[in-house]
Design a protein around this ligand. Structure first.
Ligand SMILES: Cc1ncc(C[n+]2csc(CCOP(=O)(O)OP(=O)(O)O)c2C)c(N)n1
Ligand SMILES: [Mg+2]
Length: 197
């Protein structure tokens, strides 16, 4: 059983403490509740149950909004399902995209089954192998604080795998209606004209 220092709710609160107008894409389940636990924000794109697509949503947004910072916060299970997306993201090298994986080595939401990262898969090594040079594993508070104080300033593609323990916070569910989430997000990013398209 893993016993890492960092707790997911502490990690998310540090990462987003100074988010400014960054666009936040979460993975499904745990990272969705983590982002929601900090309060609602129209620049959050809540992915409720889609698995394996958060990084590709982040890529599309980063390419179409090159002046905005895009942060994907997802789980190890979700990342493993969409692992091929790292190769495509590396080809495009969007400078405004940061991917952060909350790695509890578990499919937490569905009963805490052990994922591949609890065996031998090394996500940051896979990211480096895909071509994302700035990839790292974070295990300590100092490493986390270094990332969180820089994340809005970083001007290159980054991949951060944060090892977290399996403590969970209270369940905080965000708004749920997919069409509403999409329309509200588009309006927040593009302004009122988004509604005319
Ligand atoms: C295509 C698909 N397969 C399976 C699921 C069921 N499912 C929901 S959450 C989840 C586990 C997610 O694990 P992880 O991304 O590591 O998040 P954690 O809860 O551990 O933070 C699974 C398998 C799903 N929603 N979609
Ligand atoms: Mg997990």
């Amino acid at each position: 059983m893993q016993n890492y220092l960092l707790n997911r709710r502490y990690v998310v609160s540090q990462l987003l403490k100074d988010r400014k107008n960054s666009l936040i894409i979460n993975g499904l389940g745990g990272t969705c509740w983590d982002v929601a636990s900090l309060g609602d924000n129209e620049l959050n794109f809540y992915v409720w149950g889609g698995m394996g697509n958060s990084c590709m949503i982040g890529l599309g947004l980063a390419l179409s909004q090159p002046k905005r910072k895009v942060i994907v916060i997802t789980g190890d299970g979700e990342m493993l399902m969409g692992i091929g997306s790292l190769a495509t993201i590396a080809v495009k090298q969007p400078k405004n995209l940061s991917i952060v994986v909350f790695d509890n080595e578990l499919y937490g939401e569905t009963g805490k089954q052990k994922t591949h990262t609890g065996h031998c898969a090394d996500l940051s090594a896979i990211a480096i192998g895909a071509g994302i040079k700035n990839s790292s594993i974070i295990k300590t508070n100092d490493q986390l604080l270094f990332l969180s104080s820089n994340i809005n300033l970083i001007k290159e593609l980054t991949f951060s795998q944060i090892k977290i323990n399996n403590e969970e916070g209270p369940l905080v569910l965000p708004i749920r209606e997919g069409a509403y989430i999409k329309t509200r997000f588009r309006k927040a990013v593009l302004g009122e004209t988004a509604l005319l398209e």
